[in-house]
Design a protein around this ligand. Structure first.
Ligand code: SF4
Length: 215
C-alpha cells in the first residue's frame, strides 16, 4: 500500500517541525545497554525500564558480568518489567552468545543481531539505528503501528508488512528519526484511546483512518 508522495512529505515535514529533537527514551551509554534495555522494554514502559537498568548496569555493566549472573538473581533484578522469566532467559542467553561468539561486543550487523536470543527485527533495528546510526529498517512498535494506520501510510497490522510499506515510501535518510518522532507524537498527541485531533498539528492532512473517539 502506498500513500501519495505529497501526503508522505506532509507527514515527514510535520514530524520534523514538531519533533526536531526526538531521542530514544531508553537510557543507555553504549550499544550493549541499549540492546538489553530494548529487550526489557517489551510490554513495559520506558520509565520502568530506565529505573531497572539504572541499578542493573551499575552492578553488571557488560555482557561478561550478566552472562555469569545466576538466572534467579537476574530474574529478581528485572522482575518489575514483567515477563521477567522469559526476559531473564533471553538476556542471559544473549550475553553468553555475545561473549562466546562476538568477543563481548554487540555486532553491527542485522543478520548476526537477530540470531541472538530475545532479539527480533525490531530490537535489531533499534540498536543499529540508534546506537550505530545505521538505517537498516524502520522500527515498528505499537505507536508506529497505530499512527501509520491512522495517517494512511499502511493498512497492515503485521509489523513486518508495515515496515515494508514504510521502507518503500520513506527516504532511507528518514528511517531512524521517523520512528523516534512517531513514538513521541503517539505518546503526546495521537494517543491510543482518545487521540487529541483538535489540537493536533497534523489535523489538516490526516485522514484519521479508524479514529472514532477523538478529543
Ligand atoms: S489528527 Fe488525530 S489521528 Fe491524525 S495524527 Fe493527529 S491525533 Fe492522530
Amino acid at each position: 500500500m502506498a500513500a501519495g508522495k505529497s501526503h508522505v512529505k506532509k507527514v515527514l515535514s510535520a514530524l520534523r517541525r514538531d519533533y526536531a529533537v526526538a531521542e530514544c527514551a531508553l537510557r543507555h551509554e553504549n550499544p550493549f545497554q541499549l540492546l538489553i534495555a530494548t529487550i526489557l522494554s517489551a510490554q513495559c514502559t520506558d520509565e520502568r525500564v530506565n529505573l531497572v537498568t539504572k541499578d542493573l548496569f551499575a552492578k553488571y555493566p557488560g555482557p561478561h558480568e550478566l552472562a555469569n549472573l545466576p538466572l534467579s538473581k537476574l530474574e529478581q533484578a528485572i522482575q518489575s518489567t514483567g515477563f521477567f522469566r522469559n526476559k531473564a532467559k533471553n538476556i542471559q542467553g544473549c550475553c553468553q552468545k555475545l561473549v562466546a561468539e562476538h568477543g563481548g561486543e554487540v555486532p553491527r550487523d542485522l543478520e548476526a543481531l537477530v540470531k541472538l536470543p530475545g532479539v527480533g527485527r525490531k530490537t535489531a533495528n533499534v540498536v543499529l539505528g540508534t546506537a550505530f546510526g545505521d538505517a537498516t529498517g524502520v522500527v515498528v512498535d505499537t505507536h508506529v503501528t497505530r499512527l501509520s494506520n491512522r495517517l494512511g501510510l499502511t493498512t497492515e497490522s503485521d509489523a513486518v508488512k508495515i515496515e515494508r510499506d514504510l521502507m518503500t515510501q520513506l527516504p532511507k535518510k528518514e528511517w531512524i528519526m521517523f520512528s523516534h518522532r512517531m513514538i513521541h507524537h503517539g505518546r503526546r498527541v495521537c494517543n491510543a484511546r482518545k487521540p487529541l485531533c483538535a489540537q493536533c498539528s497534523f489535523n489538516s492532512f490526516c485522514p484519521r483512518i479508524g479514529v472514532e473517539n477523538s478529543a
